[in-house]
Every structure is written in C-alpha cells, then in structure tokens.
Design a protein around this ligand. Structure first.
Ligand code: MTE
Length: 352
C-alpha cells in the first residue's frame, strides 16, 4: 500500500493492483479521519430514531434474524481520489495527495437500509437519513464522531446496505466492523463506518464531515466559508484512472497495453473511453468491460503503438448521458481538492 498517513491511517494500493473487478480485502484503500475504534459486537446496538413511527434498537443477531440478507457489488470512491493531479496545478495544504487508487470495489452483504427504515416506519417529513459513526475525529471542529447523511430517496432506493461482510468475509475492523453503511454511486464519505445511529430528519446532517465534503469556488477560504457555500457532494462525478503501465515507466517502444478503470457514479454507466498518446490530437477507443451493475467501475484496455521518446498517455471517459470528463485539473481545482475528474494523464519514456 502507498501510505499517506499512519495516524489516522490513510492508504491506497498501487494503481496496478486495481486491475481486478473485485478488490481483495488487503488491497482495498483505507480512508480515516480518526482512530479506528475497537467495538464489542456483542454489546453493540444500532439505534434507529428521529422521524420514524417506531424507534428501534437492534443487535447484530436481531438484524440478521429480522431482515432479509442483501448483497450489492459496489465501488467506493473517495472524493479526494486523484487529488495529486490537482496539486500539480496549485497546492492544497494539509490534504492527502491521493493518486488514482482511492477507489476500490467489493461485494457487500448485510441488510437493506430500506428494509430497516420500513420496519421503523419512515414519516413523510423525513427528507434526509443521517448516520453517526463511533470514531471521534480531532480534525473536526469541534471534535466529533464521523457522520454524514443522504437523501431519504436514496436511503429507500434498495441499493444502500448496512454491511457486515465484504467479499464473503466478515467485515474487517478497518472497513467499519461490526456494521457500516455502503451508499453505492455516492462519494465514499457518505458510507459511514462503525455506525451506531441512523436518524430520519428534515434537514441534512449537521455533522462536520457532511459539510466539509463540498466543492468550494477556487477563491474561497475553507476556514472562513459560509456553511451554505459550495456544492455538497453526493453522487460521484464521472471519472477514470490509468492503472497500467506504471507512472514514469521506462518501456520499449512499440505496442504497449494500457489498462484503466472508469466509474460513472449514481445510476449512470460508462459508455466509452478514449485513449491518446499525442496530447489528444487523435484518440483510440478502448475495449470497455460491460457494466456489472450501475454501482461498479468498468475496466478498459487498449494497445497503443508508442514511438521512442517521452510520451503522455491520456484517457477520458464518457457516460451514458454523453457527459465527458473535463480536460484539465485547472478547470476543476477547488480549495479542498475534491472531485478531480479531469482527463487521466501519465508520463512514460519509450526506448528505441
Ligand atoms: N466512516 C467513519 N466512521 N470514519 C471515517 O473516517 N471515512 C469516510 C467513509 N466512512 C470515514 C467513514 C471516507 S472519506 C471514505 S472515502 C470511506 O469511508 C472509505 O472507506 P474505507 O476506508 O473502507 O475504504
């Protein structure tokens, strides 16, 4: 893993480790804002409260017995994925320089959030569902447990899971055991780990991390920004990454296989990926995997014939609404460095 910080632990796999459709547990990126809490699953309870007809307190055993088990294969992608490319345009102090590996895919199993909310009886005024974790983050002002919210429409849509298993194994503590939320198609920050409370409410969560994960205009000062300023992040913006060859690779000239992923977020899928080795003057269409579901990345690959010399490989994805990624990091630069979905670029040197 490429460890950006040990305390709290923040690490991404080297890009080449992400070529499989499902990411092994020991390769899945880790993003934490506080210490990883050790929780006693036996005494742990999930509280479901707020604008519901029946508040619930559920043990793991009750969750397993009272609700059907559901599984979803979903890609998680951190809003800070590919921040490193933004830093080349303008510095972003204090934020992890994530490469293209702050994203991974797993099969998640547990219970459907929609089923739990139906059992509690969601009231008509409940427009947002808030989640509270257990880890207290000193990064927050004031320090508080990590939290987030999603719209009630997303929460009751069926694909949102309260997960206790990942790739058929017990959910690792580092990824949120005993129970975490998985919000397919939305930025990773809404998939709250070590969850202890689900609250139905009129307004979005006022948790520090709900409001911090937003795109501010370039001239804004995050420390002074009005809480209402900026675009609060939910669904993931169309994005792609180059996984092979390695950044800075020394290659023989001639045919070179280029492999990457693309991810469209929410219920969009990737429709096309173009690759160029001449600055975008000409493009070839990569072979693109069919979407396994709307909730996962799609891998793509192509062979480029590279002449000797310094080369920049570029990839850009199109989604099922015909939206295409923006060309440069300068277009999307923002003070916290979120949602960089500009064309993926990577330098290689080809020897004769
Ligand atoms: N949940 C809690 N309780 N604490 C956190 O720090 N980080 C969030 C989210 N859920 C976080 C959390 C962020 S920013 C991301 S991208 C994902 O978890 C990362 O999940 P992972 O570490 O399992 O990859």
């Amino acid at each position: 893993m490429i460890v950006h910080r040990t305390d709290p632990y923040n690490a991404e796999p080297p890009p080449g480790a992400l070529v499989g459709q499902v990411t092994p547990l020991d390769t899945f990126y880790g993003r934490n804002h506080g210490p990883i809490p050790r929780m006693d699953a036996a005494s742990w309870r999930l509280r479901v409260d707020g604008l519901v007809d029946r508040a619930l307190q559920l043990s793991m055993g009750e969750l397993e017995r009272r609700f059907p088990e559901r599984e979803v294969v979903a890609t998680l992608q951190c809003a800070g994925n590919r921040r490193a490319d933004l830093l080349e345009f303008r510095d972003i102090p204090g934020q992890e320089p994530w490469g293209p590996g702050a994203t991974s895919t797993a099969s998640w199993s547990g219970v459907g959030l929609a089923d739990v909310l139906a059992e509690a009886g969601l009231q008509a005024e409940a427009a947002h569902i808030a989640f509270t974790g257990t880890d207290v983050s000193q990064e927050a002002d004031p320090p508080q447990a990590f939290g987030a919210s999603i719209s009630a429409a997303k929460a009751t849509s069926g694909e949102v899971i309260l997960a206790w298993a990942m790739n058929g194994q017990a959910l690792p503590v580092a990824h949120g055991a005993p129970l975490r939320v998985v919000v397919p198609g939305w930025i990773g920050a809404r998939s709250v780990k070590w969850i202890q409370r689900v609250t139905a409410q009129v307004e979005p969560s006022d948790n520090y991390f709900q409001t911090v994960y937003k795109v501010l205009p370039p001239e804004a000062d995050p420390a002074k920004a009005d809480p209402g300023e900026g675009i609060i992040l939910g669904p993931v913006a169309l994005n792609c990454g180059i996984l092979r060859p390695d950044r800075g690779a020394q290659l023989p000239s001639g045919p070179t296989e280029v492999i990457g992923y693309a991810f469209a977020g929410e219920d969009r899928t990737v429709a096309r990926v173009d690759v160029s080795s001449n600055g975008g003057s000409t493009w070839v269409q990569a072979d693109l995997d069919a979407p396994e579901s709307a909730w996962t990345w799609q891998h793509w690959r192509t062979i480029l014939t590279l002449p000797a010399g310094e080369r920049e490989l570029i990839a850009r994805a199109w989604d099922s609404t015909a939206a295409v990624q923006p060309e440069s990091p300068a277009t999307v630069w923002n003070p916290k460095g979120y949602a960089n979905n500009s064309w993926a670029r990577l330098h290689v040197t080809c020897h004769p």
